[in-house]
Design a protein around this ligand. Structure first.
Ligand code: SF4
Ligand code: SF4
Length: 482
């Protein structure tokens, strides 16, 4: 039976409830009155505490996703944009993945790292190699990483992951530093989550891949990941282990997207119901080509328009949750969805083990790539592109470093107060990037943008302080934050 408060996967992601939701959505997809009322409910409102949004239930959001009336879709896009502007402004947080090891004992049929793939070399970074990768990432300008590793208790035990995190945080190269390490590793025990928490990780990210249990079991025929309940209940164990910020995601293309969408929101509702805090981020990866993986062999691929609509509907349903898109997507696609709710993107990414140090963007090694990178531009190019589109690329990690995680982050965010510090923080971290890493052209565009955007800080005192900090960064000081 469906119970969002249950700790059992099959009760909080209840198949009957998902199917009933899809039926309800299908029956109401042309019900204009209902759709209008759902959109009305989701609108940002000014209250004495700031700007607030009600969000939507998985049923309400599923009606929006099912609706195929073009005029309503336009309204959804406009609302998604309005919500995004209310909570995120024009900032886009930048990050990069760092692949530590492609040893894996699982057999995920959509991933080239699966155990039975004997055509790719297996590689695990030594601590010296981790250091070189991090220096290469710092030299690009990155401050926030997501570390990735296959599941292999012999080659990549938790001790190895912890050692890598320690190495990453310890490297200070020129003005560079990695200030937040997010972790994307296999579902594990409460005890191991405690260790990750104690190592000072940012967000723990685990993609569900698919919420559809039967498909899940077929797509993961062997290995520890085969266990649907253990995987689906991982976020509860992570939170029990003290990790406040968790990141959800499904791999769109594996199952019917409407099913995944409803279940993803049910998972968010479950976290809120049990732990009092929803997911910190939601990622929206789509299945991509890789070594022995052909996305055309999967029946559930989604086109760019459907993908954009999913993003807009997630933005409307969970307004405070960050949304992440990676370089799996092309420049054109990323351009389209930035407005609809995406708040974090990767830039200059390499999806292979040891893909950064010693390689130029053109030379990137392909033999251990987890998936094809569609957007192959350098970080400098992505930063320039974002600024030309009117966004502020942000390297901010202030919340994490000020201890604003979990419900403390959410309560700031929910009352819109986060805007008072995000905007200047974004400008200050962009200024660091411009001073230390940008090409002359990017620097020129960025300086003009900072001058313009500083004037938009509403509080005169904060504006004055931000201007002083920016001047200090120009003089060589680093790491200011609100
Ligand atoms: S998706 Fe993860 S667990 Fe599955 S084969 Fe790839 S690396 Fe291993
Ligand atoms: S201040 Fe916090 S919410 Fe805002 S950009 Fe920085 S880390 Fe993110």
């Amino acid at each position: 039976m469906y119970n969002p408060k249950s700790l059992k996967a099959e009760e909080f992601i209840n198949d009957e409830e998902v199917k009933a939701t899809l039926k309800y959505a299908e029956e109401n997809k042309h019900n204009r009155e209902l759709i209008e009322s759902i959109l009305e409910k989701a609108k940002p409102r000014k209250t004495e505490r700031g700007t607030e949004c009600a969000g939507l239930s998985h049923r309400e959001a599923s009606v929006l996703l099912a609706c195929d009336i073009p005029e309503m879709t336009e309204k959804m896009y406009a609302l998604a944009k309005q919500i995004k502007e209310a909570f995120y402004g024009n900032r886009i947080v930048m990050f990069a993945p760092l692949y530590l090891s492609n040893y894996c004992v699982n057999q995920c049929v959509y991933c080239p790292y699966h155990y039975q793939n004997k055509t790719i070399p297996r590689k695990k970074l030594t601590q010296e190699e981790v250091k070189n990768e991090v220096i290469a990432l710092q030299d690009m300008g990155h401050k926030r990483l997501a570390i990735e590793s296959g599941e292999d208790p012999v080659n990549n035990p938790i001790e190895y992951i912890l050692e890598c995190i320690k190495t990453i945080y310890s490297i200070k190269h020129k003005n560079g530093a990695i200030r937040r390490v997010n972790v994307n590793i296999a579902a594990t025990t409460v005890e191991n989550y405690k260790k990750l928490h104690d190592a000072g990780i940012g967000t723990y990210i685990l993609f569900q891949e698919t919420y559809h249990k039967q498909s899940y079991e077929k797509l993961h025929p062997a290995g520890p990941k085969h266990n649907y309940a253990y995987h689906t209940e991982a976020m509860d164990r992570a939170m029990e282990g003290g990790i406040d910020d968790v990141g959800l995601g499904v791999l769109f293309g594996l199952e019917m997207y409407k099913y995944e969408f409803a279940a993803l929101l049910m998972h968010a509702e479950h976290l809120e119901a049990v732990h009092g805090v929803g997911p910190h981020t939601i990622s929206v990866p789509r299945l991509k080509r890789a070594d022995d993986i052909d996305p055309d062999e999967f029946d559930n691929g989604i086109d760019d328009d459907t993908f954009a609509k999913i993003i807009a509907c997630i933005r409307i349903a969970v307004p405070y949750t960050g949304m992440i898109i990676s370089t799996r997507e092309s420049e054109q696609c990323r351009n389209k969805v930035l407005d609809l709710g995406i708040s974090q993107i990767s830039g200059g990414s390499r999806t292979s083990v040891g893909g950064y140090a010693g390689y130029s963007a053109q030379e990137r090694p392909h033999d251990t790539e987890q998936f094809d990178v569609s957007d192959q531009r350098s970080l400098d190019e992505v930063v320039k592109w974002l600024m030309d589109l009117g966004y502020i690329p942000s390297f901010c990690t202030a919340c994490y470093r000020e201890g604003r995680t979990g419900d403390r982050f959410m309560s700031l965010c929910k009352t819109g107060q986060i805007l008072n510090c995000c905007h200047p923080n974004a400008l200050m971290t962009l200024k660091e990037f411009l001073e230390d890493y940008a090409s002359p052209e990017t620097k020129k565009t960025g300086e003009e943008l900072i001058t313009r955007e500083l004037e938009k800080i509403p509080n005169p005192k904060a504006r004055k302080i931000a201007k002083e900090y920016i001047q200090n960064i120009h003089l060589g000081k680093r790491d200011f934050r609100f």
